[in-house]
Structure formats: C-alpha cells, structure tokens
Design a protein around this ligand. Structure first.
Ligand code: AMP
Ligand code: MG
Length: 343
C-alpha cells in the first residue's frame, strides 16, 4: 500500500491536509499522527474492522487493549458507562493531557478495542493536531503507539516511517513529541485508584488531586508466568532495541568504571550527558542526570539510535525513580527485560 505523508506545521496553516487525514480515519483507514506523548497509530475506535487493522499493521497481540482518544465530553459519555467523581476531578486537572483513565465501558466500545475486558481506556490529548484530527473525523480514535509491536515507541514522524511505511494509509508529520513517553494510565474501576503505567503525569500529582493512589506492582516488577495482570500491555517485552540492555543502578563514578572495565566490540553506553566525557565506550546520551523530563523526551530516540549504530550490548545508566523518573525507569526496565546490576 502507498503511505501518504502529510507535513503539518500547524493546524492553522494546513487545514486541507488535516481534513484529508481525518477523512481517511472516518473511512476506516489508518493514520499515524503526533500527540504530546508519542506518535499514535489512529483508527476509527467504533469500527471493529479498522481496529483489527491496527493490530495487524503493528503486529500487536490481540489481548493488549487500545486507548480511545477523545476531544470532548460527549465522546466520554458515549464510551464510559460511568464517570466517577474521581475521574471528573482528574479530568478537570489534567485533561487535555498525557493521562489515560480506565473506566467501565458502554456497549458501543467494540471488543477489539477493549481486548474483551469490560473496561475501556480513554484519553483527551493536548496536542492540537491530534485534537483537530479527532474533531474533524467526528469519532473517538483508537491509537496505540505508531511503532511495530515490541520496538521503542515513535517520537518523530521518521520513526513511524521506519516502522510502518507501506503498512498504513498515511502519516501526519507534526514534529517531535513533547513528553516522549506514553501516557500515565490510571484505573478508576477498583476501590483505590491504581497507576497501571507511569507517564508524564506523576503519581505525586495524582495523589495531590485524589489522596490515596496505588501503583500496580507490575510497574517495577516482572509479571509472573500465568498470573492475571490489570494492564495486559505490561506482560509484553516492550520498548526494546535489538541489543541486549543491562540497566546499571549506580552513581556516576561507579557507572563509568563498570562500563570502562567492559568495553569491547558492539558494547555501548546509554548514559546521562554528564557521563559521556569519562566513558571509553561509544555512548548515546538520553538526557541530563537530574532532568527526568529531558530523559523521557530522549529515551526512545536514543534506543533507536543504538540499533542504527549496531549496538549488541548496552549498559544503561539507571534514572532516579521519582516523579517522571518512575516512567523512564519503567520503560528502561522493560527494555532491559528486568536485567539490573546494582553497584
Ligand atoms: P499503547 O496503546 O501501546 O500506549 O498501550 C496502551 C496501554 O493501556 C497498554 O499497556 C494496555 O494494557 C493499557 N490498557 C488499555 N486498555 C486498558 C483497560 N481497559 N484496562 C487496563 N489497561 C488497559
Ligand atoms: Mg505501545
């Protein structure tokens, strides 16, 4: 299939291109588009066939449900059977933005979207191109990350081109993503609000609005074989480059020493900007040591760069686990398949 590329500098300058992309979505086609988190692979969220095509294009396991993206509260009532008071409080504070809420679903949500669960994940994105596309298509848009399943999520249109060219109808190039990691996913279907996936909205921020908030153990620990998980996506190896990644939890000096003692063919460091001058191995930086937002924005591009450089073994400097750092840590843990060295 021929994949059309629409370059959209702003919603005010390229309305025709936006309309064409929205028409493709409304007609059941697949369009990759920017959001403030990562690029999404959009499809009509109420069209079972279009949703199935998303799973095929990505090679995504059928039991890993999709997030529906909305642009107003009417769409919310169409999809959620119940909007608890906690959801309203979070919506007022963080929507539009990088927060996804899991709520009880209505019968309008196709099983293909919810992976057979009786809940649905909903997000109101902040990116203007994303919102305008949803509005113009006139329906909720199912949009997982626009990468091949298993590879790092795309934070630029080029990443989408690398993974999905020829497999989808169109790619909207709206520049690099601001947050760089997928949304925070919080479930509001149990007694206590539970973070299923950390992201740009931190646990601390959720606690400030809701009081008690818990973090699902699968955020920082591998899911046991055969055990039921609250968020099916957490079962899968994710965000991984082709190289073996080892996460090294250490201060600057210990990290540098550890890597320098092991240098060799195909061995790379994934490090903080402050580390690189002391490293003897080739290194890719993913942000400043005390700058979790910068790390979040740089991580997935850095993982892809390591692949392009032919890395076989990567020693990654472990981020802090506070605030947005928890999201960065969660993605790196999965990239490393939970292989951690603590010094
Ligand atoms: P992605 O679309 O790749 O950003 O992944 C969506 C994430 O949301 C995955 O980790 C899913 O497991 C999670 N998710 C989507 N729908 C639900 C749901 N109904 N209940 C729990 N988790 C969900
Ligand atoms: Mg994804």
């Amino acid at each position: 299939m021929e994949t059309k590329i629409f370059r959209i500098s702003s919603i005010f300058e390229n309305p025709d291109a936006l309309q064409q992309a929205a028409d493709i979505l409304a007609g059941g086609g697949l369009v990759a588009f920017p959001t403030e988190t990562v690029y999404g692979l959009g499809a009509d969220g109420l069209n079972e066939e279009a949703v199935r095509a998303v799973y095929r294009a990505k090679g995504r396991p059928g039991d890993n449900p999709l997030i529906l993206h909305i642009c107003d509260t009417e769409m919310l009532s169409l999809l959620a059977r119940q909007v608890p008071e906690q959801a309203i409080r979070l919506g007022l504070e963080f929507w539009p933005g990088p927060l996804t809420m899991v709520l009880p679903k209505t019968a309008r949500v196709p099983d293909a979207v919810s992976g057979g669960l009786d809940t649905v994940a909903i997000r109101f994105p902040d990116n203007l191109i994303a919102r305008e596309l949803i509005r113009r298509s006139g329906r909720p848009i199912a949009a997982p990350s626009a990468n091949l399943s298993g590879s790092p999520s795309p934070t630029t249109a080029q990443h989408c081109i690398d993974d999905l060219m020829g497999r989808i109808e169109a790619i909207v190039d709206g520049g690099p993503c601001g947050v760089g990691l997928e949304s925070t996913v919080v479930s509001l279907t149990g007694e206590v609000p539970t973070v299923l996936r950390p992201g740009g909205i931190t646990v601390e921020e959720l606690q400030r609005v809701l009081g008690q908030v818990q973090v699902d153990p699968a955020v920082t620990r591998p899911v046991e074989e055969g055990k039921r998980v609250s968020s099916p996506g957490m079962k899968y190896k994710h965000y991984a480059p082709k190289a073996r990644v080892v996460l090294v939890d250490a201060g600057r000096e210990a990290f540098v020493r550890y890597v320098n003692e092991r240098k060799g063919e195909g061995i790379f460091a994934l490090c903080f900007s402050e580390d690189s001058s002391a490293l003897q191995a080739p290194a890719v930086c993913y942000g400043g040591r005390a700058k979790p937002e910068e790390q979040a924005q740089g991580l997935f591009g850095a993982l892809r760069q390591l692949d392009d450089l032919g890395a076989q073994l990567v020693f990654a400097h472990c981020p802090s686990k506070d605030g947005v750092g928890l999201a960065v840590y969660n993605r790196l843990l999965r990239a490393a398949a939970f292989e951690v060295v603590t010094l």
